[in-house]
Design a protein. Structure first.
Length: 255
């Protein structure tokens, strides 16, 4: 059997990439190219005409928070499923996406704050630990070219921890600070302190530090290379057309 007989073009998932010349977009294009069951249909970056992806089955978006909503609305209108790694998704934005999808019930969208499998597990472990500790703080560390702070991963982790703490009847983490240089105690995300570090040499790292009587628990994840996100991205690309509507996070796909 020849290669062509083994995989006819009709069986390939055609993938378009938005943000294709960015740090993540470059890796996504390489990963799609290297996958036997996927075909890179179009690579779009700032200034390109996005109608080049009209024939794609799935679009992957790693752009910026200020353009991602417009991209996503356009994809949904075209009936193209989307896998989104771009940050900036508030509850309000997610509700807007659900509204667009209501008119296109066959379209699937996966939005994940972090496609690293280890990072997804780190968030799950943190949510599980949250109810058992009086104190919690998050320290995220990223490369200095990152536009947003705190990271989407840290924001998502903080919200999950806050929800678990509320369900367990825990109040705020104890903190006697009275005199503070603004910013010294980090950002407050749903009552959880989040500290954002930016330094050359870093890629994407996060620690969740829990404190209880006489002990601490640190849950840490490190992405040393952007290839770490690719198994999760490809998992979502392969799954998204079978998941109509909005899926937030990779958890359901991993299960
Ligand atoms: N969920 C996850 O696992 C991960 C998420 N991210 C997130 O993904 C996003 C991108 O990160 P990163 O790749 O590092 O950023 P980059 O800045 O390297 O890449 C973004 C790219 O998008 C391009 N772009 C801007 N506007 C448009 C547009 N309208 N259409 C198409 N392309 C456009 C930019 O072009 P130009 O530079 O010319 O503006 C740039 O090439 C960020 O929000 C980041 O936080 C990152 C890593 C993992
Ligand atoms: O900009 C990045 O690099 C990353 N962005 C995502 C985030 O904000 O959480 C995911 C990962 O941390 C890398």
């Amino acid at each position: 059997m020849t290669d062509e007989q083994e995989k006819t073009p009709a069986e390939l998932v055609r993938v378009g990439v938005f943000g294709a010349r960015g740090r993540m977009g470059i890796e996504v294009c390489k990963a799609v190219d290297a996958a036997d069951d996927l075909e890179l249909a179009a690579s779009i970056d700032q200034g390109d005409n996005r109608s080049a992806v009209s024939g794609a089955h799935v679009v992957v978006d790693f752009t910026t928070p200020d353009v991602v909503m417009d991209n996503l609305q356009w994809c949904i209108e075209q009936g193209i499923s989307a896998v989104v790694g771009t940050t900036g998704f508030t509850e309000q934005r997610l509700a807007q996406v659900r509204g667009w999808l209501a008119d296109k019930p066959e379209v699937g969208v996966v939005i994940a704050p972090n496609f690293g499998i280890g990072a997804v597990l780190m968030m799950q472990f943190a949510a599980r630990a949250a109810r058992h500790f009086e104190s919690v703080e998050i320290i995220e560390q990223h490369h200095p070219r990152k536009l947003d702070a705190p990271s989407g991963t840290a924001t998502h982790t903080a919200r999950q921890i806050a929800q678990a703490r509320a369900e367990a009847g825990l109040g705020p983490s104890p903190d006697a600070t009275k005199d503070e240089v603004p910013g010294a105690r980090g950002a407050d995300i749903d009552g959880v302190r989040v500290h954002a570090v930016r330094a050359t040499g870093l890629v994407a790292h996060q620690e969740v530090l829990f404190g209880g009587t006489g002990e601490t628990l640190t849950i840490r994840h490190d992405s040393y290379d952007r290839v770490s996100f690719m198994p999760g991205v490809l998992l979502a690309v392969r799954a998204v057309r079978n998941r109509p509507g909005l899926t937030v996070g990779l958890d359901a796909l991993l299960d």
